[in-house]
Ligand binder design. Structure first.
Ligand code: CA
Length: 246
């Protein structure tokens, strides 16, 4: 029933990154879609949350621009559902831009957010930024490198520079989870559920204790952490190299 209202504008550049634009207001979606195409992106538009989910599954977009207010519900629910399966970059679009919206959006795994009315140039710059950042999700067994930390997920070994670190099983799992989303905030809820296989119901003291041990082993200075950054009330972020370049 949603298929008729899916529009995929013609003239898209072949081979450019595919942007899924989730926006019910035609007066925004159509000109913006054309602007993206002029900038070298391919676009596909969904006008409802349900369409967004089905287009995400069918088209595997490279980035999603997600309006918060949709005719069939809240964009945050769409974000949460997509995040269950995918690390695809998501930029939330909000009308109000309150701190709460931003926090909730990031908590659900959005990578960035923009406030309406936005300029096309600004959003295109944000899209390019999240695409540059990338979201490496290597399968088990591959090596992963974040700053000077190298993780061999198959052998479950970690080096900082040339020095091998002795991590416990949970410390290793925690570091690997953060490293797979390096540069992005991983929520406390996600860490509890992925590393401890537990539903999150309030207390995450265990998590803080393990983060503390991991920081010590990585040599993080609590006052100026170079590796694991705390995002208060949300979670933790393993700083990727690009973030440290000033
Ligand atoms: Ca809307």
């Amino acid at each position: 029933m949603y298929e008729n209202s899916v529009i995929s504008l013609p003239g898209a550049a072949a081979g450019g990154p595919l942007v899924l634009l989730v926006e019910d207001e035609r007066s925004i979606a159509e000109p913006f879609s054309r602007a993206l195409q002029r900038a070298g992106f391919r676009t596909t538009v969904a006008r409802t949350g349900a369409e967004a989910i089905s287009q995400f599954a069918a088209r595997a977009p490279d980035v999603i621009l997600l309006d918060l207010a949709l005719p069939d519900g809240d964009g945050r629910e769409v974000c949460r559902r997509i995040r269950r399966d995918s690390g695809v970059p998501i930029i939330m679009v909000t009308a109000s831009g309150t701190v709460t919206d931003r926090v909730v959006g990031l908590e659900l795994g959005a990578d960035d957010y923009v406030v309406k009315p936005f300029s096309t140039g600004e959003v295109i710059a944000r899209i390019r930024a999240v695409l540059r950042r990338g979201h490496p999700k290597p399968p088990d067994g591959e090596a992963l490198r974040v700053q000077d930390v190298r993780i061999d997920s198959g052998a479950r070994r970690v080096w900082r520079g040339d020095v091998e670190l002795e991590l416990t099983r949970k410390e290793f799992d925690l570091l690997l989870r953060l490293a797979r989303d390096a540069g992005r905030v991983v929520t406390r809820e996600a860490l509890m559920s992925d590393v401890w296989d537990m539903n999150w119901f309030g207390s995450t003291k265990t998590l803080d204790v393990h983060i503390g041990w991991l920081r010590r082993k990585l040599g993080d200075d609590p006052a100026d952490p170079g590796y694991i950054r705390t995002v208060r009330g949300i979670g933790f972020c393993l700083a990727a190299e690009w973030e440290r370049a000033q």
